[in-house]
Design a protein around this ligand. Sequence first.
Ligand code: PGA
Length: 244
Amino acid sequence: MRQLIAGNWKMNGMSVQAEALAGALAASAPLPCDLLVCPPFTQIARVADRLRGTAIAWGAQDCHAAPSGAHTGDISAPMLADLGCSAVILGHSERRQNHHETDAQVREKAIAAAAAGLLAIICVGETEQQRDAGQEIAVVGHQIAASLPDGFAGVIAYEPIWAIGTGRTPTIGEVEAVHAHIRAALIARLGAPGASLRILYGGSVKPDNAAALLAVAEVGGALVGGASLSAESFLGIGKKAVLF
Ligand code: PGA
């Protein structure tokens, strides 16, 4: 299977930068992986105009659980599908922390995403304190059990919170251990289909550490924040992708 390299632009990108970045990606040579970019809501249509007809997909960073209605400031999954989005990131730690999103809310959003035909990328990961206390397996296991709807057919992104935007990454052994546990948890939760879902690693993935991280067993790609804001570094990561 091809790895998925997904870019999470977070709250970055005015029109000029989004146009330039999407344009550079659109002009790039095909890579041996699936590429996805998730701009802020305000730039999705612009990015879609650039990427339509290329092999690069686009998505969003969140959605509401309801298809429409009185939810001021929110964006629904069908609205994203209407923009040609094929995926949505859900339960990113910045949303869990800054917006107090719960596992139950993430699960409801994942149901909405699937109903709209979107691939849900559900993020899980422990804090530094939880890692120091040796709780990462328990924390991630609980998030998997509680955030995934029945029949989940999306993607998991393991993102240790202490590795996000910090330049620090877990050791290869640490990534391997958590990914192996996530695989077992997916099979326990979903049965046989859980064996083939992609599990991304995220947290300070850069071109110079991508080869080592993407070669780890059960790593099905990467969720990239900071390094996805430059076509050169995002594509530099994509070039390190392997078949798994
Ligand atoms: P980072 O962010 O690559 O900047 O560490 C990853 C993420 O939050 O998805």
